[in-house]
Design a protein around this ligand. Structure first.
Ligand code: SF4
Ligand code: SF4
Length: 144
């Protein structure tokens, strides 16, 4: 029987619910710091930066890129890049169903991450038995 609801979640075996809408592994990539003028000159970034101060500050600060991105084998990084280059964002209508589908690294049969050792920080930080874990398991209760 599936473990859903308030039962403690002891491990991720046979689940994968938090990967069902991720689309692809979400790395924080290396990016150079930007000046306020450069952000202003970019029509897309400036629009978002005007509404989100944290986003703007992140652009100004830049980022060295997360460690697992740098440690990942080159061929895997290149596969990831090809996928992202061809990626088309779905029309998000406010529902979970309109998010990206399962992560490209999720094996839907085993429900395991096929490149677990290279997974990004966002996946490492997401813990079994956390409130978010329970939320996703509840949402996908018919699939786990
Ligand atoms: S963290 Fe929770 S939702 Fe994600 S795979 Fe593990 S048990 Fe499932
Ligand atoms: S990289 Fe692995 S752990 Fe992260 S969303 Fe994809 S399948 Fe899940």
């Amino acid at each position: 029987m599936s473990q859903t609801g308030k039962l403690p979640v002891v491990n991720c075996e046979g689940c994968g619910a938090c990967c069902f809408h991720m689309g692809y592994p979400a790395y924080v990539l290396p990016r150079d710091p930007m000046t306020a003028a450069e952000i202003e000159a970019d029509p897309v970034l400036s629009q978002r930066a005007a509404k989100d101060k944290r986003f703007k500050q992140d652009l100004i600060d830049g980022h060295p890129g997360e460690s697992h991105w740098h440690r990942m084998p080159e061929d895997l990084r290149s596969q990831w890049q090809t996928h992202v280059d061809q990626y088309q964002q779905p029309d998000y209508d406010g529902t979970v169903e309109s998010l990206d589908g399962p992560c490209i690294w999720l094996d839907m049969e085993t429900r395991q991450c096929i490149h677990h050792e290279s997974r990004p920080n966002i996946c490492r930080d997401f813990k079994a038995d956390s409130p978010g874990c329970h939320d996703w398991r509840k949402h996908y209760a018919d699939r786990i």
